[in-house]
Write a protein that binds this ligand. Structure first.
Ligand code: 26W
Length: 845
C-alpha cells in the first residue's frame, strides 16, 4: 500500500500517525476525555477514545484546509441536501488517513479488537435511502478531489427509524443516535443565525422614496451549526458538513414567564426545537406537512445566511455571490432557497429585481432524483402562505415575469402556460417546487441516461422546450473508499496485490484486473475471499434472525427501500415458483439459493408494510418445509442501514435490480454490488442500462419490458389477467397465494395485493413474470459453472470504474459548478510552540 503523507513532527501525540503514537494518544483520551482508567473503560469509552484520537488527526488537516481556502479564487460548492446518510465515520476516516493497519496494531498491542470498537459507533442515519447516501458519497469525492465544498443540511435528533420485525411485521423504534454523544461534530454557536417563520409582510416606501417590503414574522427560531470534518482519501483536504439544529430564541419567554406560566414558556421552547427533531421517513411520497416545509426553509435560510457571512469575510459584496458559491439543490427539498436568496438580495440588500434574479440563477443548479409523480413536491398555497408569506409573494412575482416570457415565446398556448406555471391551478392550488427549481437554476440534471431522457421527454418536457441548454445528465456514482476499500478488505487486498492500490483514487484502473479473470489461480483466491465474506454474513444472519443459511448456496440479495415500483413482490413470486417446482417434483434440479431481503418501509405506506409481511410469511413456510429447506432459504434481515450494507454487498452473488422500467431514477446499490463482484439481474431501468454496457452483456442478466415497451403496452390496454390465464406457472403461484398457503390459511391477508394485481397491476408484475423466471434459470446455470461465475465476478468488478462518485463529481465540476481543485498544504506545529500563536495575536490586533 502507498504510504500516507506523514507530518514532520512524528513525536506529536495529537497528530502523528505511527502505531506507537496512536496507542499513547488513545490511552490519553481514555483517561482525559472519557475520565476512566483503562481497566474500567466500557466498550463505548474505547470507541470514544479512539474516535477522539482520529479526530485530533483530522482537526490538523481541517484547520490547514480552512487556511488554504481563505481568499482563494475558486468557487465553493454548497451542496444543499435535506438528507446526508453518512454511515459510521471512524472506519472511513481510518481508510482515508491511511492508518487502518497502524490503528489495528495499536489496539492489538493493548489486547483490543479494532472491529469490535468500530462496531460501537451509532451510525448517523440522517437520510432515507439513495438520495441521502448519494450526498454522502459526493462529500467523500469532493474532499478526495480537493474541491472546496460545504455540505449543508439538518442535524435531526432522530434519524431514520430503527426497524424491528415482530411477528413478521415491521415495527418502528426511534433512532437515538446521539445518546452517547457525537465525537464527530463541533458545535459552532458563534455562527448561529436567526430564522423567521409565519406572520405577514408589510409594503412601504423608505426615506429615499424606494418601494420596500418587510417581513413581520410570527416567530423566530435560532439555527446552530454543528460541523463535521469530511476527509478526502490520502489528501490533506478536510471539508465541512454543516448541519443545523433549531433552538428557541430565548430559553424562556419572559413575558409568559412573568405571568407565572412557567410551563407555557418552556413549551414554546420545545415547539421551536421540534423543528429539527425528526427526519421524515417518507421516500418518494409527498405529504404536504407544515413541519416539513418549515424544516426545509429552516436549513436553507440558515445555510444562505452562512454563505453571505463567508462572502463578507472574504471581503466580497453580495453582488458577487455567484462567483463565490455554486449552490446545488439535491432534489427540490431545498428549492425554497431560490425564493430565499431573492428575498435576501431584494428586501435586505436592496438590489434591483433583475440583478438579484441574475445572481440567483447563476448560483443555483438542480438535480432531479425521481420520475414518480407522487414524489414531485407540491405545497398547498394556503399552507405555504402561512409558513412563508413573503416567499409566496416572491414566487408570484417570479411566476408573473416568467409567464410573460412564455406568452411571448408560445403565443396563445394557454395550456402550456398552465403546465409551466409555478402554481398548479387544477383543484386546490399548489406551489410546484420542481418548476421553481428549474426556473431559478442555470443547470438541471438527471442521475442516469434513461432518467435524464425521460425527464426531458416526460416529467419536465415543457421546461425542456423553454431551455434545452440547461439540461444535462450525470450518472450517479458511489465512493470506492467506503464501498470497497473499507467494506471488503479481502477483495481489496487481492486487487491491490494484483494491480497496486492506485484504483482507490482512480477507479478506472480496475480495468487492469481484466486479464486476471482468465487466471485460474487468481479466480480461486477471488472465490476464497468472497466465500469468507459470505461466512461472515452467515454469522450475522444467524445472530440477527436465528436462521442458518448455507454459505455455498447462491446468495440472491435484494436490499433497498421497500416500494411497489422496486417490486420486491416480483422476487417473492419467483421464490414461490421455485418452491412450487420442488413440491411438484421433489427431484427437480434446483440450484440452492439463499434469498436475502432487507429494507425499510415508510411507516405510513400500508402496501409496503404488507410486502414485508409477505416476504416473512413466505420465509416461514419455505424455511420450515423439510423438503425444500436445504435448497431454498428466505431471510428478511431487519434494520437495513449503511453498516449492514457494508457487510452485505461484499457477500452477495446475485443482486436484484428489478424495478419496473422507467421508474428507478438511477439506483446506486447496483453499482456497489458490481464493484464487490456480485452479478446484477435487472430490468433496463435507471443506471442498470449503463452498468450492463460497462460490465458487458455476459456479466449482467437483463430481463423484462423496456421503458418504451411499458408505455406501448399500457397504450394498447394492458390486461394482467391474460398473463394469469396463459401462464400455468404464474397461475399456480397466484393460486397458492390466494388459497392462503402463505398466510396460515387466511385467504384474505394477501388478497388485496394480488386481486389488485390481476385487475390493475400498476407495476406490471404479470407482464414481467415469465421473462424474470426464465432469466433466473440462466442465472442458475451460470452459477453452477463455478469458473464461469468467478470470471463474471472478476470482470464485473474490473469494469465498474465508471461508477465511482469521483467520476460523477468531476462531471459536476466541469459541466455545472466550474470549480477547480485547491490543494491543501499541511500546517504543523513549530517545535513545541502552540499553533500559530503569532498570527492569532496579529489577527486579534
Ligand atoms: C417528498 C418525499 C420524498 C423524499 C425523498 C421524495 C423523494 C425523495 C427522494 C428523491 C427519493 C430518493 O432517494 N430517490 C433516489 O435517488 C437516488 C440517488 O439519485 C437514485 O439512485 C434512486 O433511483 C432514487 O430513487
Amino acid at each position: 500500500m502507498k504510504e500516507a503523507p506523514r507530518p514532520e513532527h512524528a513525536d506529536d501525540t495529537r497528530t502523528a500517525l505511527s502505531s506507537a503514537t496512536i496507542r499513547r494518544a488513545f490511552l490519553d483520551h481514555v483517561f482525559h476525555t472519557q475520565g476512566k482508567l483503562p481497566g474500567h473503560a466500557s466498550q463505548n469509552d474505547l470507541y470514544q477514545a479512539l474516535a477522539h484520537t482520529v479526530r485530533d488527526r483530522l482537526v490538523q488537516r481541517w484547520i490547514s484546509t480552512a487556511e488554504a481556502y481563505l481568499g482563494q479564487p475558486s468557487r465553493t460548492v454548497a451542496y444543499l441536501s435535506a438528507e446526508f446518510l453518512m454511515g459510521p465515520h471512524l472506519g472511513n476516516n481510518l481508510v482515508n488517513l491511511g492508518i487502518f493497519d497502524e490503528v489495528r496494531a495499536a489496539m492489538a498491542a493493548l489486547g483490543l479488537d479494532l472491529d469490535q470498537i468500530l462496531a460501537q459507533e451509532d451510525e448517523p442515519g440522517l437520510g432515507n435511502g439513495g438520495l441521502g447516501r448519494l450526498a454522502a458519497c459526493f462529500m467523500d469525492s469532493l474532499a478526495t478531489l480537493e474541491i472546496p465544498a460545504l455540505g449543508y443540511g439538518i442535524r435531526y435528533e432522530y434519524g431514520i427509524f430503527q426497524q424491528t420485525i415482530i411477528d413478521g411485521m415491521q415495527v418502528e423504534k426511534t433512532d437515538t443516535w446521539l445518546r452517547n454523544g457525537n465525537p464527530w461534530e463541533i458545535q459552532r454557536s458563534e455562527w448561529a443565525v436567526q430564522v423567521r417563520l409565519g406572520g405577514h409582510s408589510e409594503h412601504y416606501t423608505d426615506d429615499r422614496g424606494h418601494y420596500r417590503v418587510r417581513w413581520v414574522p410570527a416567530k423566530t427560531v435560532v439555527g446552530v451549526p454543528f460541523d463535521s470534518p469530511i476527509l478526502g482519501y490520502r489528501v490533506n483536504t478536510v471539508n465541512t458538513l454543516r448541519l443545523w439544529r433549531a433552538e428557541a430564541t430565548e430559553a424562556f419567554d419572559f413575558h409568559t414567564f412573568n405571568r407565572g406560566d412557567y410551563l407555557g414558556a418552556v413549551s414554546k421552547k420545545v415547539t421551536s426545537e421540534n423543528l429539527t427533531k425528526v427526519l421524515y421517513p417518507n421516500d418518494e411520497t409527498q405529504q404536504g406537512k407544515e413541519l416539513r416545509l418549515e424544516q426545509q426553509y429552516f436549513f436553507v435560510a440558515c445555510s444562505l445566511q452562512d454563505m453571505l457571512r463567508l462572502l463578507a469575510a472574504d471581503g466580497m459584496p453580495v453582488t458577487r455571490f455567484h462567483e463565490k458559491f455554486a449552490v446545488q439543490l439535491n432534489d427540490t427539498h431545498p428549492a425554497v432557497g431560490i425564493a430565499e436568496l431573492m428575498r435576501l438580495l431584494v428586501d435586505e440588500h436592496d438590489l434591483p429585481w433583475d440583478e438579484a434574479w441574475d445572481i440567483t440563477r447563476r448560483a443555483f443548479a438542480y438535480t432531479n432524483h425521481t420520475l414518480l409523480p407522487e414524489a414531485l413536491e407540491q405545497w398547498p398555497l394556503p399552507l405555504f402562505g402561512r409558513v412563508l408569506p413573503r416567499h409566496l409573494e416572491i414566487i408570484f412575482e417570479i411566476n408573473a415575469r416568467f409567464l410573460d416570457e412564455v406568452r411571448i415565446r408560445f403565443f396563445g398556448d394557454e395550456s402550456r402556460l398552465a403546465r409551466l406555471s409555478l402554481i398548479d391551478e387544477r383543484g386546490e392550488r399548489h406551489v410546484r417546487m420542481a418548476n421553481l427549481a428549474c426556473l431559478g437554476s442555470h443547470a438541471i440534471n438527471g442521475v442516469a441516461e434513461l432518467h435524464s431522457r425521460l425527464m426531458r421527454e416526460d416529467v419536465l418536457k415543457d421546461i425542456y422546450a423553454m431551455w434545452p441548454e440547461k439540461f444535462t445528465s450525470i450518472t450517479n456514482g458511489v465512493t470506492p473508499r467506503r464501498w470497497l476499500a473499507l467494506s471488503n478488505p479481502r477483495l481489496t487486498r487481492l486487487v491491490t496485490q494484483a494491480i497496486g492500490d492506485g484504483w482507490i483514487a482512480d477507479l478506472d484502473r480496475l480495468h487492469a484486473l481484466e486479464p486476471f479473470a482468465e487466471d485460474a489461480g487468481f479466480r480461486q483466491e477471488w472465490q476464497r475471499a468472497r466465500r469468507e465474506n459470505k461466512l461472515e454474513l452467515v454469522t450475522l444472519i444467524r445472530d440477527a434472525t436465528g436462521v442458518t443459511v448455507d454459505p455455498d448456496s447462491m446468495f440472491d440479495v435484494m436490499v433497498k427501500r421497500i416500494h411497489e415500483y422496486k417490486r420486491q413482490h416480483l422476487a417473492v413470486l419467483h421464490i414461490i415458483a421455485l418452491y412450487h417446482r420442488i413440491k411438484s417434483d421433489p427431484h427437480a434440479e434446483i440450484v440452492p439459493r439463499t434469498f436475502l431481503f432487507a429494507g425499510k418501509a415508510a411507516p405510513g405506506y400500508h402496501y409496503a408494510k404488507l410486502m414485508i409481511r409477505f416476504i416473512t410469511s413466505v420465509a416461514d413456510v419455505v424455511n420450515r418445509d423439510p423438503q425444500v429447506r436445504d435448497r431454498l432459504k428466505v431471510v428478511f434481515l431487519p434494520n437495513f442501514n449503511v453498516s449492514y450494507g457494508q457487510r452485505i454487498y461484499p457477500a452477495a452473488d446475485l443482486a436484484e435490480q428489478i424495478s419496473l422500467a422507467g421508474k428507478e431514477a438511477s439506483g446506486t446499490g447496483n453499482m456497489k454490488f458490481a464493484m464487490n463482484g456480485a452479478i446484477n439481474i435487472g430490468t433496463m431501468d435507471g443506471a442498470n442500462i449503463e452498468l450492463r454496457e460497462a460490465v458487458g452483456a455476459d456479466n449482467f442478466f437483463p430481463f423484462g419490458l423496456t421503458a418504451p415497451e411499458v408505455y406501448a403496452l399500457r397504450a394498447d390496454g394492458y390486461d394482467p389477467a391474460t398473463y394469469y390465464h396463459e401462464n400455468a406457472q404464474l397461475r399456480a403461484v397466484i393460486d397458492l397465494i390466494h388459497q392462503g398457503f402463505f398466510s396460515r390459511g387466511d385467504p384474505v391477508l394477501f388478497r388485496p395485493q394480488f386481486d389488485e394485481h390481476l385487475r390493475n397491476d400498476p407495476y406490471l408484475l404479470m407482464a414481467d413474470f415469465a421473462s424474470y423466471v426464465d432469466c433466473q434459470q440462466h442465472v442458475s446455470a451460470a452459477f453452477s459453472d463455478t469458473p464461469r461465475w468467478q470470471r463474471m465476478s472478476v470482470l464485473s468488478c474490473a469494469r465498474s470504474g465508471r461508477f465511482s462518485s469521483d467520476r460523477a463529481i468531476r462531471e459536476y465540476c466541469e459541466r455545472i459548478w466550474k470549480v477547480q481543485a485547491v490543494p491543501v498544504r499541511l500546517l504543523h506545529r513549530a517545535s513545541g510552540a502552540p499553533w500559530h500563536m503569532e498570527e492569532m495575536k496579529e489577527r486579534r490586533g
